[in-house]
Every structure is written in structure tokens, then in C-alpha cells.
Design a protein around this ligand. Sequence first.
Ligand code: FAD
Length: 327
Amino acid sequence: MSVLLIAEVSKGKVKKASLEACNYAAKIATQFNTSVTALYFGIAEAAVLSELGKAGAKKVLHCKNEKLFNHDSRLMTLAIEQAVNAESADVVIFSHDFTSKAVAPRLAARLKAGFVPAAVDYPVIEGTNFSVKKNVFSGKAVADYSILSAKKIIALLPNSFPVSLTEGNAEIVDFAVNLDGVESKIVIKEVKKESNELSLPEAELVVSAGRGMKGPENWGMIEDLAKSLGAATACSRPVSDIGWRPHHEHVGQTGIAIRPNLYIAVGISGAIQHLAGVNGSKTIVVINKDAEAPFFKAADYGVLGDAFEIVPKLTAAFKKMKASQQG
Ligand code: FAD
């Protein structure tokens, strides 16, 4: 038996969320007296993949089959199933992201495995009981899910735990999958690169804005504030739906779920669907001109007033603070 981790690489580095999931997988493997094998599809240097060894993996399967490079969830499922069989894995760990949302349910059906998405804690393993905590009702409650099947799949909600790296080493081996006769039904027409230098799911600081900004022409103010802090930018759903901001910035129930150390929400009302994606943030600051805005109830700090007056002042204050720290 082993624990299989599905790893992802972005901008030449193993994603922070994958390192976190690798730590998580290693802790489960220890309880079962076994080890973690990571699986990665794509092109990456061995030196990059060896980071997974520092996060607890003993082996990394590197799969370079080009059929898997277009993120076809059907093909990825078949490939992961082959890795599960090759490694006799009983537990498969993903990070809870777009890949796991598309692939893990298919994999669960093929392996007849129980699947817990968006887990927030380590499983409790007592005898045959294997239960995992996950947030429910848009983060308003936590439920314990027992997995009764022999094979188990968990997708860990990013930023549930800090990442811990040691001196560990992983053996990196090429992994050939057999996808003969299986063709992708997906055609990639265009690849749009994220303009954000900082990846939103990985960011520790996030400045987010909503319909209160009135229009896309006013986003310079939000970008300036984010830049003064070294933060990533995000937005509410209507803002990306109208096309004021790109879709990859949309956070919430139907967008990305983030858990940064600091989330500054500007001109966002705080609807429950928005909160579902951000209420795990360590500190929430809300800037809104309506004292009745529901977001104030979820805020650690609330600033009541016009964002068009407050945001530039805040940016100037952060810049001044930074300059005084450097000087
Ligand atoms: P509004 O609700 O219009 O709020 C704008 C806010 O700006 C107001 O509170 C106003 O007081 C404030 N404001 C206006 N002018 C200023 C100013 N000058 N200074 C300061 N404050 C100002 N939404 C998401 O965000 N993410 C999701 O994932 C998501 N999923 C959804 C899923 C479903 C099934 C449904 C039905 C809805 C979903 N929504 C989601 C939409 C959600 O219900 C809200 O409609 C949306 O979050 C509201 O966006 P907003 O706060 O930007 O806009």
C-alpha cells in the first residue's frame, strides 16, 4: 500500500498547495506505515520535482506523455488510475483546485473510492474508521465524512496547514502511461497566461474589489494598493462576469477559494456566495460605504466610507511605511 499525491508545477516551481498536500500525504502515510509517491504530468526539471522530496515524498513519478498536457480530465483519470495500480496506492491526495474538481470525481467512480473534496484537517484513522473533516454550507459548518471504501481520495483545501520542508530526498523516475487508442476530445484553441505575477491561490495578501468600483477604469487604484503591499488582486463574480476583470480573479463559491493571511475587500457587499471563497482568510478588512453591508459581520476590521477616498490614502500610507522601513 502507498499514498499517491497528484502534484502540480507552475512558473518553474512546485505549487505551494502541492507541497502542502505532500506534507499532508506524508502524515497519512506515516500512520499507515508506508510512503508517499508523487505523480506529475508535464515538463519539469528534476531539481524542481525534488522539492517534493523535501515535502515528504519518497518517489516522484514523472509522466511526460504529451496527450496529458492539455488537462483532459478523462485522460488524466486513466493515467492516475494506472499510477494507483502501479504503486498499489489505497489513498490518493489532491490539492482542492480546478484539476481535482475535474479529475477526482471521475477517478473515484473508476476506483469505487470514497472522495472528500475540500478537506480541512487530517483524517482520523481508528481501526477501520477513516473520517475526514470538510467545510459545509459555504463554510458555516464543519462535517465529518467517513470513507468506508478500500480506496480513498481526499482533496485538501489549500492553506489549511503551513508548508514544512526538510532535507528529504525523492527518487525521480519516468512513468510511462498507456493511452494507446484513447484520444483527447479537447482541442485547445488559445492559451491565456495569467497577467498576475502573483498566483492568487498561493498569495498571502490579497486586495479584492467588487461592483462598488463602478467600472474597469477605476481598477488602477486597486492595483496600486495591491502593489504597495505586494498583494495579488481578486474580484467578486459580477465583476468578472461583466468583463471588468479576468475570470481567474473571481473568488467565491463558484470561483477560487482562497485563505490568505490578509484579505482586503473594497466595494464588495459580502454575499454568502462570495464569503464562501474567502472566509478562511486569517484577517479580513472591509472597505464599504454602506454600514449595513453584510461583509462587515465577517470583517476583523471595517472601514466605513467611500473607497475612492480611502483606497488612495491607504496606498500612500503603505508606501510611506515601506519607504521608512527601507530608509
Ligand atoms: P454588489 O452586491 O452590487 O455590492 C457592491 C458593494 O459596493 C455594496 O455593498 C456597496 O455598498 C459598495 N459600494 C458602492 N460604492 C462604493 C464606494 N464608492 N465605496 C465603498 N463601497 C461602495 N459572487 C461572488 O463574488 N463569488 C461567487 O463565487 C459567487 N457565486 C455565486 C453563485 C450563485 C449560485 C449565485 C446565485 C450567486 C453567486 N455570486 C457570487 C453572486 C453574489 O450573490 C453577489 O451577487 C455578488 O457577490 C455581489 O458582488 P459585489 O459585492 O461586487 O456587488
